[in-house]
Design a protein around this ligand. Structure first.
Ligand code: FES
Length: 194
């Protein structure tokens, strides 16, 4: 006869004991909720939007520190290209423009080669509101098509709303016979190349 006690029939009805809670936590990382996911997306979009607005503003604020110089020497071609006693239109590439500016980087100016052999280079912009002036050889006048401003052949004001004569552009004829101008920004009272 054995001393082993008979199994209690009520034990088979008890459920298997679950794993300790701490052990199950260490194996499965906590799942992120849908709300956390959407919050993360929202925060990311805020960062992108902030960068899109902030970077151009900061760039504009700092641009003056990195801006190229406002004027530079530019060749306008051989001086013989401009006959004595004539005023001719010339164009040059603005040194301030970016590569992608294309045709808009081309700036016109008027080159006067007078009968005494001296050159004068005029900025093409009317000193009233900046329209390009045209030269009329017959009348020897510069005229502005916008509001009727008129200038004499030496660029001084003749009539109309312009408050002063045309701006002149510093220039020189070098030993190689090339005409150079010191040009860049559109001249103004605060920003003249002469
Ligand atoms: S812009 Fe030339 S007269 Fe006004």
């Amino acid at each position: 006869m054995s001393d082993t006690p008979a199994p209690d029939p009520s034990d088979s009805e008890k459920p298997a004991s679950p794993l300790p809670e701490a052990a199950s936590d260490s194996q499965e990382p906590p799942k992120k909720s849908r709300r956390d996911f959407l919050l993360g997306i929202g925060a990311g979009l805020n960062v992108v939007a902030g960068a899109m607005i902030g970077i151009p503003i900061v760039g504009f604020a700092l641009s003056s520190f990195f801006r190229k110089k406002e004027f530079d020497w530019i060749a306008l071609g051989p001086s013989e290209k401009y006959p004595q006693g004539q005023t001719r239109l010339a164009t040059f590439k603005n040194p301030l423009m970016r590569e992608w500016a294309g045709e808009t980087a081309q700036m016109p100016c008027w080159v006067r080669h007078d009968t005494s052999g001296d050159f004068t280079v005029f900025d093409i912009h009317c000193t009233h509101l900046g329209c390009p002036v045209r030269w009329f050889q017959e009348s020897k006048l510069f005229m502005c098509p916008c509001h009727g401003g008129v200038y004499y052949e030496d660029g001084s004001r003749a009539s109309g709303p312009p408050p002063r004569g045309l701006y002149q552009i510093k220039h020189e004829v070098r030993e190689d016979g090339m005409l150079y101008i010191y040009a860049g920004d559109i001249p103004s009272l605060a920003n003249q190349s002469v």
